[in-house]
Design a binder for this molecule. Sequence first.
Ligand code: ATP
Length: 238
Amino acid sequence: MTALLELDRVTLGYGKIVVVHELSLRLDAGRIVSVLGPNGAGKTTTVRGVAGLLPLRGGEVRLGGKRVSGFPPHRIVAERLAYVPQGRELFADMSVRDNLRLGGFTMRRRDVPARMEELFEFFPRLRERAGQTAGSLSGGEQQMLAIARALMPRPTVLMLDEPSAGLAPRTMRHVFDIVADVARSEGAAVLIAEQNAHQALRVTDHAYVLNTGVIEASGPPAELLADDRIRAAYLGEA
Ligand code: ATP
């Protein structure tokens, strides 16, 4: 089966520094894959490279078998990859509904309301707050809005950078559960870059542990957690 997203020996860096070394991973439909690892491991660099925001130094990124590395970000979006950056980048003064509309700017206008309704089923809190400005939402609600906005055009691949940042554990769990729910019902593939291994592993099918730009281990959560060395070094109390 062709992977929805494939990284093939991807190398990335800044200036003279190589930050991610020949990283390979694959992501299939309906699956949730996490890239875990400490501060500075290269997680953000990896997702930015896939999104076309940073040029590749080597290797290749393929979406549904098609090579997209070298494409500018908007063309990668057109290939149905969505990216929620760390910090969410919402339009704080605009309403929840208008933020979602903007997420659907590539869609046919007449399809937007129905898609918004579908997403409100997954994110009922956003429906309740549809007229409120994004800036007035709680941290968890803002993360939900950023995710819902990215989902508007029905991406086949959704990448989330540090979705748990700044959220209380209960809220984090809730956000991850909704993401898992959407991925399974819509058959999207989700790539989560996350420092909080404990929460991410709960919903993950397969995880990669990244350290200083190199994959130290990968496998299903149970397998990683059974490895004492990996668990102690990277997975905290997970
Ligand atoms: P965090 O969770 O702290 O964001 P991360 O795993 O996402 O960590 P990256 O942000 O990808 O890590 O950073 C990896 C390395 O690249 C770090 O050493 C960082 O200092 C370096 N780096 C990141 N952005 C830049 C930049 N714009 N210019 C130079 N070096 C950078």
